[in-house]
Design a protein around this ligand. Structure first.
Ligand SMILES: [Zn+2]
Length: 392
């Protein structure tokens, strides 16, 4: 087994990897502005022999780095993310996601010839904001030829799998007619009334949708002044469900809540679907292998995924390519991402551990996929079954 050789390569380049992770952590760049972060990741890959294309799929801060050793052979991709959050910085630990993908890529690339396959690292910007970039990258061919995708995320435990919900983001903009709210309310038509009525209708709709849906929203514009009948009001709602098909069935009903509210209040509504996220399809054999490798590499607190779920833009990719997320222990139990504690862990010693264990586990799983045909076929078979189930 080449596990020890994978470990030796990751350990050998670890100082270089941590320098990159530390640089990105100290230079947090928000969605679509990740120029320095992309530069250090891409340059590291080039130093290790990858051919890097920058600005792929029409996104200036996206990249794809390839080591192509054999035509027609399977290709393993490691997905990098590197955008930060506004104000708080790398509180989602994307400095580790980007660098772990590079580390795993560099390690597997050295063994690629022997394993009989190709390796790539795909740089995916702007994970934190809609619209979902990976969906567009997938549609524009950035994942072409990829047979397996993996990426790392920090977590309060080490786990693989877990759910990720399909999601539509709806912006609903209501337009009415302004008037003096005391002197001439009968001349006005309140856009805020429409928004409030729409929220009520959505609350009533809840009873009649699958119970595992999550529908939640805010008033993004509630009017201009209390003595003016609001001529404009807006809502942003997130409609989430277990599968893309379930969300597709419910979204038109949410839209009708907005249309009904506009009709009742004599206002107009304009609805924009800002971004569609797919649920994440799991491949049990792949998750099990990845978790086994993570435990072997030394990852801490290995256990089952948590019950709750949010959404991630990798979902669309999982419908096309067997994909696994390795969550690696980074923070104490119950500490969530997007917190100061998470950020500090991602820039400190827990981040170093997560990076080292995660890069080793992903590279070793990649080796197994390339070198072990029976494993590869099992992963492919389970993936086909998961796609068929989700579409049925
Ligand atoms: Zn995040």
């Amino acid at each position: 087994m080449s596990r020890e050789r994978v470990y030796a390569i990751v350990d050998g380049v670890f100082t270089e990897l941590w320098t990159v992770a530390d640089f990105i952590w100290h230079h947090p760049e928000i969605a679509h502005t990740e120029h320095q972060s992309m530069r250090v990741l891409a340059e590291t890959l080039e130093r290790h022999g990858f051919v890097v294309q920058r600005g792929v799929a029409g996104f200036p801060t996206a990249f794809r780095a390839d080591i192509h050793v054999k035509e027609g052979a399977p290709t393993v991709a490691f997905l990098a993310e590197y955008d930060a959050l506004p104000e708080i910085g790398h509180a989602c630990g994307h400095n580790l996601i980007g660098t772990a993908a590079v580390g795993a890529g560099v390690a597997l690339a050295r063994l690629a010839k022997e394993a009989g396959g190709n390796v790539c690292v795909i740089g995916c910007p702007a994970e934190e904001v809609p619209p979902p970039v990976k969906v567009a990258m997938h549609e524009r061919g950035a994942f072409s030829g990829v047979d397996l995708a993996m990426y790392l995320h920090g977590s309060d435990r080490t786990t693989a799998g877990g759910r990720s919900l399909a999601l539509d983001t709806l912006d609903m903009r209501f337009r009415g007619k302004a008037s003096h709210a005391a002197a001439g309310p009968e001349r006005g038509r309140s856009a805020l009334d429409a928004a409030v009525l729409c929220m009520h209708a959505i609350e009533l709709l809840r009873e009649h949708v699958p119970s595992d849906m999550r529908i939640h929203g805010i008033i993004t514009n509630g009017g201009q002044a209390p003595n003016v009948v609001p001529e404009f009001a807006a809502l942003r709602y997130l409609v989430r469900g277990p599968t893309r098909a379930v969300v597709d069935a419910v979204v038109p009903r949410v839209i009708r809540c907005a249309q009904a509210a506009a009709l009742a209040t004599d206002t107009e509504v304009e609805i924009e679907n800002v971004g569609k996220y797919w649920d994440k399809l799991n491949v049990p054999a792949l998750n099990a292998a990845l978790l086994e490798e993570a435990a072997a590499a030394g990852a801490l607190d290995v256990r089952e995924p948590p019950e709750g779920a949010a959404s991630n833009d990798v979902g669309a990719v999982t419908y096309a390519v067997p994909t696994a997320t390795l969550n690696v222990k980074l923070v104490p139990d119950g500490v969530s991402a997007h917190s100061v504690e998470f950020r500090d862990a991602a820039g400190g010693e827990p981040g170093q551990k997560a990076l080292r264990f995660g890069a080793k586990a992903m590279a070793a799983t990649g080796w197994r996929f390339l070198a072990d045909e029976a494993f590869r076929e099992r992963v492919r078979g389970e993936h086909r079954a998961a796609v068929a189930r989700a579409r049925s």
